[in-house]
Write a protein that binds this ligand. Structure first.
Ligand code: FES
Ligand code: FES
Length: 153
């Protein structure tokens, strides 16, 4: 199936029942993590046409003809982090890092779709994902910081 992934037209050889998460893993894009595999934790979040989705409960076939972005495509180049990645680092918004790819893709989706979102709105949207380590304040602080950086770009 033909899917545009991180800006490149890609053909995935995935069976009809394959989830998008499994198809991306099989294609070598292993940055997304599988936690619950039931659509609860958000560790597997990627962007589908710019919208954060839980790739463990989306079929790869549903992404055919659409654009998927994963954590691998976030940084503009090998020496530069995306503002969200930079802010997560600066605000210590991760410990074990298991939830981090999902949180960062969720954050990018939020900030691109709603650049003027209030802190309360961002807090509400971030509540979709779970972190078992940091508590959520550093994550919220990082996303608010990245919002300012992205607004100035
Ligand atoms: Fe997909 Fe938890 S692994 S939501
Ligand atoms: Fe460990 Fe979030 S940093 S689960």
């Amino acid at each position: 199936m033909a899917i545009r992934i991180n800006g490149q037209d890609t053909t995935l050889a995935a069976p009809p029942h394959a989830t998008l998460a499994d198809a991306l893993h099989d294609a070598g894009l292993t940055g997304l993590h599988l936690g619950c595999e039931h659509g609860v934790c958000g560790a597997c979040t990627v962007l589908l046409d710019g919208e954060p989705v839980r790739s463990c409960i989306v079929l790869a076939a549903q992404a055919e003809g659409h654009e998927v972005r994963t954590i691998e495509g976030l940084a503009p180049d090998a020496d530069t982090l995306h503002p969200v990645q930079q802010a997560f680092s600066e605000h210590h918004a991760l410990q074990c890092g298991f939830c981090t790819p999902g949180f960062e893709m969720l954050a990018v989706g939020i900030l691109e779709r709603e650049p003027g979102a209030t802190p309360e709105r961002i807090r509400e949207l971030l509540s979709a994902n779970l972190c078992r380590c940091t508590g959520y304040k550093p994550i919220l602080a990082a996303v608010l910081s990245a919002q300012q950086v992205m607004a100035a770009q």
